[in-house]
Design a protein around this ligand. Structure first.
Ligand SMILES: [Zn+2]
Length: 303
């Protein structure tokens, strides 16, 4: 990727307008057309590509994009989204959006990160934050995702992207040169305070159910409840717990209670967790979800 700018390369006979020379079946055709016109390489060029987008006299060559199993870097997905949108190549644009939505989904059950899956929670934060994602992401990429989502009308990415970026180091949040300005920085800082309050409130609510109902071992369960409340009182990063699944009671807090108490506690926690997810827009002061809008500002056709 990113060869020297301005390097000329002979690359087929298409008119220098938008066109996607698709995948392996056309590779042979591309080769046969080579040597016929000179095309300047763009700033995005996959050396191992077998797909070429020719536009404005520049060639954009892709292969890995077409392979769902390959993990791309954020910069690559970002470039594909911009190019796919600019030259109206839906296949490229849609694939970039598919990958972004996999990382920043609309449904909590699709959001697989070290802050939503208790088995991932103790992972080193950074490149390991996401599980099974098709984009290799760091926290700063979450920040750029917010800017990208705004500029491409991908509003549905925002709640998860804000939630993810809220786990970033404070210095990264403060140094954000976002087009959204200081308001976006405040959205993250204030949003994560709200997440902290929500997590504490909901964890206390779940704890309060322990040793009530059909408790099989009141003494042991009461003791476990007290332990949870004590741990929460000194927990510095409760906001990181707000979307974690109920497995954290055992894996992070080492709280073990009887079966009826476990069920009561877990059911309430999952209910509260889903509620927190549904309130991300409110917590991050984002506008209500809107219908998707195409790049040209028009509502998309029915499909
Ligand atoms: Zn119990």
């Amino acid at each position: 990727m990113a060869p020297p700018r301005g390097k000329k390369r002979k690359i087929g006979t298409e008119e220098p307008s938008s066109s996607l020379d698709s995948a392996s079946e056309s590779t042979q055709a591309s080769k046969s057309r080579a040597d016929e016109i000179l095309v300047e390489r763009s700033s995005v060029w996959f050396e191992d590509g077998n797909v070429v987008l020719i536009a404005e006299g520049k060639g954009f060559k892709y292969i890995r994009l077409l392979d769902h199993n390959v993990v791309l870097k954020f910069a690559e997905v970002s470039a594909l989204l911009r190019l796919g949108s600019k030259y109206q190549v839906e296949r490229i644009r849609d694939e970039a959006i598919r990958r972004l939505r996999q990382c920043f989904p609309e449904k909590l059950e699709d959001y697989a990160t070290a802050r939503t899956r208790s088995e991932l929670f103790s992972r080193k934060i950074g490149r390991d934050y996401y599980c099974n994602a098709s984009i290799s992401l760091a926290f700063l990429d979450c920040r750029d995702t917010i800017d990208l989502a705004r500029s491409h009308n991908l509003d549905d990415l925002l709640p998860a992207a804000f939630h993810a970026f809220a786990s970033a180091p404070t210095v990264d949040i403060l140094e954000w040169g976002t087009p959204g300005g200081i308001q976006d920085i405040l959205r993250v800082l204030e949003g994560r305070e709200r997440l902290d309050h929500a997590a504490r409130r909901n964890l206390h609510a779940a704890a309060s159910l322990v040793s009530t109902g059909d408790c099989k071992n009141p003494e042991r369960c009461r003791s476990a409840r007290v332990s949870l409340v004590r741990q929460l009182a000194v927990h510095r990063m409760a906001r990181n717990l707000c979307l974690l699944d109920h497995g954290m009671f055992e894996s992070e807090f080492h709280i073990y209670v009887c079966a009826p108490c476990t069920k009561l506690r877990n059911d309430l926690w999952e209910e509260k967790r889903a509620e927190t997810w549904s309130k991300l827009r409110e917590y991050f002061d984002l506008p209500p979800a809107s219908a998707p809008v195409a790049d040209d500002g028009q509502l998309p056709a029915n499909d």
